[in-house]
Design a protein around this ligand. Structure first.
Ligand SMILES: NC(=O)c1ccc[n+]([C@@H]2O[C@H](COP(=O)([O-])OP(=O)(O)OC[C@H]3O[C@@H](n4cnc5c(N)ncnc54)[C@H](OP(=O)(O)O)[C@@H]3O)[C@@H](O)[C@H]2O)c1
Length: 188
């Protein structure tokens, strides 16, 4: 199963503010839905809170440390391994080969070393925020531009791009380098 990280970030790397998204771009939401529909999606408990309910047409896996957490339509996981195992089982049932890590910032960081593709919507505007995602361009290679949409009225322009890891010859790595630092993403 391929694990894909999907994120929208402003020019100054903001992804959220006060547990919500600082922008509303219907075309990007439509793209997000097209990509993720029919697949397992992995998210943090705070992102579920910000959505208010599970996203329909997808298997919603929520990461939480709260062992008593229960919500209708949600599968819970308390670790990366458990979440990926659940996602794989569910992907097999659905007959698909991908799952999506949909945020927020803590969960992007947690899954950084598990991800083999990033789909980034870069919103061409700066926003105030309190959660961030920074793509380390030395570690991720831009492989495709999917869409480039100019600003229109109050809606900012945005570019949707794919990135794949810059492969490192792991036999050359020092033994002190942890898996966590492979394909490194840095978060503010
Ligand atoms: N722009 C985008 O593409 C995008 C996408 C998604 C979300 N967002 C935004 O991101 C913000 C939320 O992000 P966030 O970083 O604050 O929260 P988050 O990543 O959505 O969720 C954090 C929660 O995940 C759980 N968690 C974290 N590490 C864990 C671990 N190792 N094991 C088990 N559970 C773990 C904890 O839940 P418990 O506290 O329950 O234990 C933690 O409080 C919101 O503003 C949202 O709107 C933006």
């Amino acid at each position: 199963m391929q694990t894909v990280l999907i994120v929208a970030a402003s020019e100054n790397d903001v992804v959220g503010c006060d547990n919500t998204m600082p922008w509303h771009i219907p075309e990007d939401l439509k793209f997000f839905k097209q990509q993720t529909i029919g697949h397992p999606i992995l998210m943090g408990r705070k992102t579920l809170d910000s959505l208010g309910k599970p996203l329909p047409g997808r298997v919603n896996v929520v990461l939480t440390r709260d062992v008593n957490f229960e919500r209708e339509g949600i599968l819970t996981a308390s670790s990366v391994d458990e979440a990926l195992k659940l996602a794989e089982q569910e992907a097999n049932k659905l007959g698909v080969k991908k799952c999506f890590v949909i945020g927020g910032a803590e969960i992007y960081r947690l899954f950084a070393s598990e991800v083999s593709k990033i789909i980034l919507t870069r919103i061409h505007k700066e926003y105030d925020g309190d959660t961030f995602f920074k793509l380390e361009e030395a570690d991720w290679r831009h492989t495709k531009t999917i869409k480039d949409v100019p600003a229109c009225g109050d809606t900012p322009g945005f570019t949707i791009m794919e990135f794949e890891p810059v492969h490192v010859d792991r036999t050359q790595e020092s033994s002190s380098q942890s898996d966590e630092s492979y394909g490194l993403l840095q978060y503010a």
